[in-house]
Design a protein around this ligand. Structure first.
Ligand code: CA2
Length: 145
């Protein structure tokens, strides 16, 4: 468990690669999982990779990540709306790296606020799927700290 990273993806990310490629790119969720798995393997880490369209399910998945090295979280639209996710991150006391494929600060003002950033270990946005790899690298680097 301490050698496991959980990558959690929120609503509509199951559609990656099929719609709005100009915003989210052409990589599918399956491609993203493969890239995360390769990153984890390079660090000798196990990977739990999940996507859900349901807010409460994301809370449950965060709770289930207790005991792991940490979480890479793209909560998608719930980033901007969910007090429950912010509370869950505080409650589990895990290292959570918030990731967004797009640069949310270059988009609509409602995407500039996050309930996750204040309780996250770090935030990466605008780098596409590379952001997930960088987040895994950061969690791996935190292993002995
Ligand atoms: O840039 C990101 O990763 C976001 O978390 C993506 C969310 C958006 O609400 C956030 O503001 C930023 C939206 C995910 C929707 O994913 C789609 C993927 C393909 C086609 C349509 C939606």
């Amino acid at each position: 468990m301490p050698d496991t990273v959980h990558v959690l993806n929120g609503p509509n990310l199951n559609l990656l690669g099929t719609r709005e490629p100009e915003v989210y790119g052409r990589t599918t969720l399956a491609d993203l999982e493969a890239a995360c798995r390769a990153s984890c393997e390079r660090h000798g880490l196990d990977l739990v990779f999940r996507q859900t369209n349901h807010e409460g399910e994301l809370v449950t998945l965060l709770q289930q990540a207790r005991g792991s090295l940490g979480v890479v979280l793209n909560a998608a639209a719930y980033t901007h709306t969910s007090v429950a996710l912010g509370d869950a991150i505080k409650a589990v006391g895990l290292h959570v790296v918030e990731v967004h494929l797009s640069n949310v600060f270059a988009r609509e003002p409602f995407r500039h606020h996050s309930y996750i950033s204040p309780v996250a270990r770090g935030v990466i946005c605008g780098l596409g799927i590379d952001g997930y790899r960088l987040a895994i690298d950061a969690l791996a680097a935190s292993r002995n700290s």
